[in-house]
Design a protein. Structure first.
Length: 254
């Protein structure tokens, strides 16, 4: 038990256990039940049926135990969500080789983060409730900050850049997940859906009222096959162009 306020992390017991700050319960109401098994079962439910299917009762049913027995290990569903994200996304990949430029390192970091989220799209439905608080999430944060270490930005600016890139990665992954779900519900291919949308918009959007939209439609851009990876790379380049301009202004100030 912790005696002083200095030792108090303010974290739930289950999150402290993830950090190794307290012993994980090893003897539960039922032999073999553990925090790791609970989290793994919850992840399996989310992967198969979506985050909305995850509840303490459902996880208990998957494990063949009573719902109340889970509360010995995790006190609330919100805590379980955090631990599910920790387990599913995992640690960041190995950092780039020494001497790698900040831009290349940040690009690799963003791509790895995006790939991790797209492997576990249900994780995007977990609300962001605060800054990183688990070992893997802090490791991702650390690796992003290391990429910016030699940029000349102050610590606050580095943090804001990480938040900006993280927001872009999450938003793009979430939008693509929603679009994929919506397209799948139509029974058509993505290209067929976009062509249908383009034809509909051409009929509805009066060029006199929406001249810029009309020019986009006339260009045929909406009829081209979608390339999510290309689109993501374009957006990331534009975002990092802005960061590069910030770094240049910082250097110019000396």
């Amino acid at each position: 038990m912790k005696d002083s306020s200095d030792a108090d992390t303010g974290l739930p017991a289950s999150i402290e256990a993830a950090w190794g700050l307290r012993e994980r319960p090893s003897k539960g109401p039922r032999p073999g039940l553990s925090l790791d098994r609970i989290v793994a079962a919850a992840v399996a439910v989310a992967a198969a049926e979506g985050l909305g299917a995850v509840s303490m009762g459902r996880v208990a049913k998957e494990l063949g135990v009573s719902t109340m027995s889970l509360y010995r290990y995790v006190a609330a569903k919100d805590e379980l969500y955090i631990l599910m994200l920790e387990a599913a996304v995992g640690p960041p990949p190995a950092p780039p080789a020494p001497g790698t430029g900040w831009r290349e390192a940040m690009t690799a970091w963003a791509l790895a983060h995006r790939a991790a989220l797209r492997r576990h799209l249900w994780a995007l439905r977990i609300p962001v409730s605060g800054p990183p608080a688990t070992p893997n999430s802090v490791a991702w944060w650390e690796q992003g900050l290391v990429a910016l270490a030699e940029t000349g930005l102050d610590e606050g600016e580095k943090l804001y850049v990480i938040m900006l890139v993280t927001g872009y990665v999450r938003d793009e992954a979430l939008v693509m997940a929603d679009v994929d779900t919506a397209i799948a519900s139509t029974g058509l291919t993505a290209d067929e859906v976009m062509r249908r949308y383009g034809r509909t918009l051409q009929r509805l959007a009066d060029p006199a009222r929406y001249p810029c939209v009309a020019r986009v439609l006339a260009s045929g851009t909406l009829l081209e096959p979608g390339e999510p990876d290309r689109d993501f790379a374009f957006g990331l380049r534009v975002l990092l162009d802005g960061v590069e301009a910030l770094i240049a202004r910082t250097a110019a100030r000396g």
